[in-house]
Design a protein around this ligand. Structure first.
Ligand code: F6R
Ligand code: MG
Length: 381
């Protein structure tokens, strides 16, 4: 029977400011799901990174199911009430609409759903990132499913040798394209290198896959808050689900892209490039310059709709090197202050408050008629 894993996340308030969620609010969301999900879902798990609460649910109602989406929306609403009572910063921040209208997409929370035919053992990893954007998944997902230097299974394992199909979204124009690897590798990279415009939405096996023909094996949230609210209301801190093993990337191949830090957009005020730092649950809070951007990975197995786990995958000395590298990169980048390429390029600042500042001085710009040094400055202007 088809089973759906729905992962829905939102920032509904944090402490003291965009740093970390507050446990009583997480508890309220958890209790709401526990007490209102009978007959709807077979299992769930609540987690968090930085200021975002994350709900992972298992059910048989398929993707985009209104009841499942409403359950998550109402749980976040209930959590928001507690956040407001305590006076948490940004209480209800990501709940951008007043009333639920059948689908949580476009309402603020991030959504990633996988409808699958479960294998005998169904291992998967849920990745959660804070202080960055959906395109931050482009690099690691490509490495997992497309790069044989990361995933030797693409060369060695006959069940993976045919490669994978990628669904890429142009999030500015609402269009998508399917690209088949390895043959379309260079085309894929030509798009997804522009990580704020093109994002990997899903990865599929091909119909030539010996174990899992045409299955969706990875999915990423691609919700852009600024497109919904019309202005910057926090970055779109993404999450993703990746199925692993047995003809798919091994657990270690799915973690390997994070063994070195890499640069992503987000960090302070969603306006800076900064290093991605893999962390365990005990370090899921945002401090230095509201970051650095972090990723957490929780490993599960699923059987007959029930979850076992999670394993806190990055809570391991094996990722200390990446953490140190991220900290060194953070030092290096921070010295640049508000200069590009630490600060994002103009196009990406469009949805921040910067245009308001620039507009105020726009009328002071004069046409350039250069007649030599200081000719226009006479009179001490
Ligand atoms: C970035 C983020 C924070 C805030 C920053 C300013 O995604 O959440 O870096 O942008 O703390 O927050 P406000 O504007 O709410 O004071
Ligand atoms: Mg966040």
């Amino acid at each position: 029977m088809k089973t759906t894993i729905s992962h829905i996340k939102a920032d509904i308030g944090s402490l003291p400011g965009h740093t970390v969620v507050y446990q009583p609010v997480v508890d309220e969301v958890e209790n709401y799901v526990k007490n209102n999900s009978e007959g709807l879902i077979s299992d769930f798990h609540i987690s968090h990174i930085g200021d975002d609460i994350q709900i992972t649910m298992v059910h048989t109602r398929g993707a985009d199911n209104p009841e499942i989406h409403k359950l998550a929306w109402d749980a976040f609403k209930a959590g928001t009430e507690v956040a407001k009572k305590i006076g948490l910063y940004g209480a209800g921040q990501d709940l951008l609409k007043d009333a639920f209208s059948g689908n949580i997409k476009g309402m603020g929370p991030g959504v990633a759903e996988l409808e699958i035919t479960p294998r005998k053992a169904e291992p998967f990893i849920v990745y959660m990132m804070d202080k960055t954007e959906p395109g931050a998944f482009n690099y690691p997902i490509y490495k997992m499913f497309g790069d044989p230097f990361n995933t030797p299974g693409l060369v060695i394992d006959p069940n993976m040798h045919m490669g994978f199909k990628f669904e890429v979204w142009d999030i500015y124009n609402g269009k998508k394209i399917y690209l088949s690897l390895p043959e379309d590798t260079y085309d894929l990279l030509a798009f997804i290198g522009s990580k704020s415009k093109y994002v990997i939405k899903r990865v599929y096996t091909k119909n030539t896959h010996t174990k899992l023909p045409d299955e969706n094996v990875a999915v990423i949230t691609t919700d852009k808050l600024s497109f919904i609210a019309g202005e910057y209301v926090g970055k779109d801190d993404p999450a993703g689900i990746v199925r692993i093993q047995s003809g798919l990337p091994a657990s270690g191949e799915a973690l390997e892209p994070f063994a070195n830090s890499y640069l992503v957009s987000g960090w302070m005020r969603g306006s800076f490039n900064g290093p991605m730092m893999p962390v365990g649950m005990d370090n899921a809070q945002m401090t230095r310059f509201d970051g650095p951007p972090r990723v957490m990975a929780l490993g599960f197995v699923m059987k007959e709709g029930k979850l076992a786990g999670p394993v806190d995958m990055f809570r391991d000395v094996a990722f200390d090197y990446a953490r140190n590298e991220a900290l060194n990169m953070a030092n290096y980048m921070r010295r640049m202050g508000v200069f590009e390429p630490h600060r994002l390029p103009d196009e990406d600042m469009e949805y921040t408050a910067l245009p308001k500042i620039l507009e105020k001085r726009a009328q002071d710009f004069k046409k350039i008629e250069d007649k030599g040094a200081n000719s226009e400055m006479k009179g001490g202007q």
